[in-house]
Design a protein around this ligand. Structure first.
Ligand SMILES: O=C(O)[C@H](O)[C@@H](O)[C@H](O)[C@H](O)COP(=O)(O)O
Length: 251
C-alpha cells in the first residue's frame, strides 16, 4: 500500500521532501557508498530543489543522477528535463560530479532520434548497474492529470514493455511527442518510489489513484517488487482523499 503524506502548502511539501531525501541519501551512502536517483520532469524538480539545493547535510558527491524520462530535445531547450534539473538543482551544488550526471545523449536527442537515444540511455544504465536489472535507491515520479508517470501514458503499448529498460516513445500525448522513458521492469525494481504532486488540479486524479485501485492507471502499476511507494502531496491535491488514506508525516 502506498504511504501518503499531505502537507499544508508547497513550501511545507518541499521541506518534508527535502528531509526525506536527506535521510534516504544518508542511508544509501552508509549502506553501499552512493545514492542512485532518477528524477522526473514537470513540476517535480522545482518542488524537490527549493530546499534540497541548499541542504548542507547531503553528501552530493556520492550522488548518481538519472532521469525517469526525458524529452528528445537539446539540453539547452526549455522542454529539456535535464535543463530543468540543472537550473533548479545541479547548478547550485558544486559537489555533484559531472561524470555522475547521466543525461540523454545530446546528439540523438537534438536529432529527435528517440530510438537511438533510448538504446544509448539503456547502455548507460546497464554500465552503472553492472548489467544487473537497475534498482534505483530512489525514484522520484510526477503524476500527470491523466494518471501517467514517466512517459508511460494510459492505454499506451509501452505499458506492456517487459524487455527494454529504456524505451522510446514517438507519440507522447504530452508534448513534445518524442521522448525516452524508463519502463516498468526498472520502475518496479526501485528500492523506493516517491510520487510528488501538488495543486487543486490534481485532486481528482490523486483520489482515483489512491482510492480506486481498479482503475489500472499508469501510476497504479508502480508496485516495486521490494520497495515502498510514497506520495508527497499538498492539501490541495489531497482534498478528495478520505482522512484515513493519509498518514501523519514523520521521518
Ligand atoms: O517529462 C515529463 O513530462 C514528466 O516526467 C512527466 O511524467 C511529469 O512528471 C508529469 O507529466 C507531471 O508533470 P506536472 O507535475 O508538471 O503536472
Amino acid at each position: 500500500m502506498p504511504i501518503v503524506y499531505s502537507f499544508a502548502n508547497g513550501d511545507a511539501l518541499s521541506s518534508g521532501l527535502n528531509e526525506f531525501v536527506e535521510k534516504v541519501s544518508r542511508d544509501a551512502i552508509a549502506d553501499h557508498g552512493h545514492l542512485s536517483i532518477a528524477i522526473s520532469g514537470g513540476s517535480l524538480p522545482k518542488i524537490l530543489s527549493k530546499d534540497l539545493a541548499h541542504n548542507k547535510n547531503v553528501d552530493f558527491s556520492k550522488w548518481h543522477i538519472f532521469w525517469a524520462d526525458e524529452r528528445c530535445v537539446s539540453h539547452t531547450n526549455a522542454d529539456s528535463n535535464y535543463l530543468e534539473v540543472k537550473k533548479s538543482l545541479l547548478d547550485h551544488i558544486p559537489q555533484i560530479r559531472q561524470e555522475n550526471i547521466y543525461a540523454i545523449h545530446e546528439k540523438f536527442a537534438s536529432e529527435k532520434d528517440a530510438e537511438r537515444a533510448a538504446v544509448d540511455y539503456e547502455e548507460q544504465l546497464k554500465k552503472f548497474f553492472k548489467n544487473q536489472l537497475p534498482s534505483f535507491d530512489l525514484l522520484l515520479l510526477g503524476m500527470g492529470p491523466d494518471g501517467h508517470c514517466c512517459s508511460l501514458f494510459p492505454g499506451h503499448p509501452l505499458l506492456e514493455e517487459k524487455k527494454r529498460l529504456v524505451a522510446p516513445i514517438f507519440d507522447s500525448p504530452k508534448p513534445p511527442p518524442e521522448r525516452i522513458t524508463l519502463t516498468y521492469p526498472v520502475v518496479n525494481n526501485s528500492k523506493l518510489v516517491v510520487f510528488v504532486t501538488a495543486g487543486d488540479g490534481k485532486k481528482d486524479m490523486v483520489q482515483q489513484i489512491i482510492e480506486q485501485p481498479e482503475m489500472d492507471l499508469p501510476c497504479q502499476r508502480v508496485k516495486p517488487t521490494n520497495g515502498q511507494v510514497y506520495w508527497f502531496i499538498d492539501h490541495a491535491a489531497a482534498a478528495k482523499l478520505r482522512k484515513e488514506s493519509c498518514s501523519e508525516y514523520k521521518l
